[in-house]
Ligand binder design. Structure first.
Ligand code: CTP
Ligand code: CA
Length: 228
């Protein structure tokens, strides 16, 4: 429904959220994936709609229910994710890139199922995928607030700051995987919020729904601070 649209702090804004894993085919029945559930991105999309935004959720394979009011665009591979983001970006006031996009994919996916009778052990050669966030750098609409995610296991803030600047982000949400209760396949998260001109804010352990609200609070203040 559209019941809440037109009200709320994000009324009139278009928020594009990516979520979930990608799958990179090895052959027609096998893929390289990852442990992302999509939950963090789905919570952000749900919260953005509650705040009145027109919300587009670009999601890799996830079994989570589609949040009320949210327009779902389903993708599978990193390349499909890149194309869907490129299509949605021109209208976006905010892009939140919470998807766990594959960094590498099989260079030559087999067109037929790989059979063990063929003999030997297949060698899967990988090639890099496009960095979806970085690819948006030169084509972001003016004033579009761009949020990235990162999961780090060491030097959390230092690595995070490097990604914040390297990808040209307004906000980076770093999952501290050195802390219990953070990361994949859990309902909770422990994150550090990084912005270019603000001190780091380490949030306590909280639900992913609460983290989503903290992120959107930051997005709202960045949108409000911008001229026009
Ligand atoms: N990202 C992306 N496209 C990719 C890989 C990552 O858009 N091919 C985005 C993620 O959605 C996330 C941010 O970049 O918002 C950081 O992802 P992360 O995996 O932490 O960083 P990478 O740049 O891939 O570096 P590494 O995995 O080597 O730490
Ligand atoms: Ca990566």
């Amino acid at each position: 429904g559209r019941a809440l649209e037109g009200r709320g702090a994000l009324a009139g804004r278009v928020v594009v959220v990516t979520a979930g894993p990608t799958r990179e085919p090895i052959d027609p029945v096998r893929f390289i994936g990852n442990r992302s559930s999509g939950r963090m991105g789905y919570e952000i999309a749900a919260a953005a709609w509650r705040r009145g935004a027109q919300t587009i959720l670009i999601a890799g394979p996830s079994h989570l229910p589609v949040p009320e009011g949210v327009e779902l665009r389903r993708v599978e591979t990193a390349e499909q994710m890149r194309a869907a983001v490129a299509e949605a970006l021109p209208a976006a006031d905010t892009l939140v890139m919470s998807a766990a996009v594959a960094d590498f994919r099989p260079a030559n996916a087999a067109t037929d199922k790989i059979k063990k009778e063929a003999g030997g052990v297949p060698q899967i050669v990988l090639e890099p995928t496009a960095d979806v966030l970085r690819a948006t750098r030169d084509v972001r609409p003016a004033g579009c607030v761009v949020v990235g995610f990162a999961l780090e296991t060491a030097d959390v803030v230092e690595n995070g700051r490097r990604k914040l600047h390297g990808k040209g982000l307004d906000l980076l949400v770093v999952n501290d995987a050195t802390e219990p209760g953070a990361g994949f396949e859990v309902e909770t998260n422990r994150v550090v919020l990084l912005q270019p001109d603000l001190p780091d804010e380490a949030l306590p352990l909280m639900s992913k729904a609460e983290v989503a609200d903290r992120i959107l609070d930051r997005v709202e203040s960045i949108l409000t601070a911008e001229p026009g």
